[in-house]
Ligand binder design. Structure first.
Ligand SMILES: [Zn+2]
Length: 265
């Protein structure tokens, strides 16, 4: 599917979702975890503001340990947003009598269940991002809104500034996978607000992602559209399957090393 993303359209469509949207709330560890690539230890994750500059991407090494995935339920606990992001405290769209954050949280929880059952570490994040938060993948889950109920579709966007160089590829993979699982149409425009999502902006905010977190924002559908609501409200399992499948394709488990054969004396 061809995706049109002209700057003019992007500028034009700045309405859409009231999306913008933080503390680790639910961090669980499964008994069996997905092995992650072995890497040298460079403790750059969770760097605190005021510390020396982060290492350049080319010398950055992933912290060791199993894959960690962050699912942010957009606008969840928005009233707790920190002072520097006070504008997030009232936000989110409504549709079909529902508040966006409830829809986002429902999909995020179902996605987390799927991924945890496969051995991934999953953090469910509310509006407030822990300062310098790092994960292999961060997905902000939102829903759009529009005055016309006939406007329908989902879309994903990577940060305008992406030090990992991998977010665009993950956004494309997520769009494919989400579309396959939900049957919803791809909405062919992304907004500046999506690409400039506050969580991606660690230059402006302390409560933002570490530069080496591969981050995307997913607008799961329009809450104002009956067709989209039939999935994002009434069939959240399908939405969750689409997101989880993309994560699993992107974070390939390492092949299991052959076990040494015991030698007889
Ligand atoms: Zn939103």
């Amino acid at each position: 599917m061809t995706v049109i993303r002209s700057a003019a359209f992007i500028a034009f469509i700045a309405l859409g979702s009231g999306c913008a949207g933080f503390s680790i709330v639910d961090r669980s560890r499964s008994a069996t975890t997905v092995p992650a690539p072995p890497v040298a230890v460079v403790p750059v994750a969770l760097a605190k503001p005021g510390l020396p500059e982060r290492p350049k991407p080319e010398v950055w090494k992933r912290p060791p340990g199993p894959y960690r995935v962050a699912l942010q339920a957009g606008h969840w606990r928005s009233a707790e947003a920190p002072e520097e992001q006070a504008q997030l405290r009232v936000n989110g769209t409504t549709g079909g009598g529902l508040e966006e954050w409830k829809v986002n949280l429902g999909i995020a929880r179902k996605t987390a269940d799927l991924l945890r059952s496969k051995g991934y570490l999953v953090d469910l994040l509310p509006t407030t991002i822990p300062p310098g938060y790092w994960a292999d993948l961060f997905i902000a889950i939102h829903a759009d809104g529009h005055p016309s109920p006939s406007v329908s579709g989902y879309r994903a966007a990577a940060p305008r500034r992406d030090a990992t160089g991998r977010a665009e590829a993950f956004a494309a993979l997520l769009e494919r996978s989400y579309g396959e699982a939900t049957g919803l149409p791809l909405y062919p425009l992304v907004t500046r607000r999506m690409r400039g999502y506050y969580a991606f902006n660690n230059r402006a905010y302390e409560h933002a992602l570490d530069s080496m977190t591969v981050g995307v924002i997913l607008e799961t559908g329009f809450l104002s559209s009956p067709r989209d609501r039939s999935v994002i409200v009434n069939a959240q399992d399908r939405a969750a399957r689409g997101i989880a499948a993309a994560v699993m394709r992107f974070l390939e488990p390492m092949p299991v090393e052959p076990r040494p054969i015991p030698q007889a004396d």
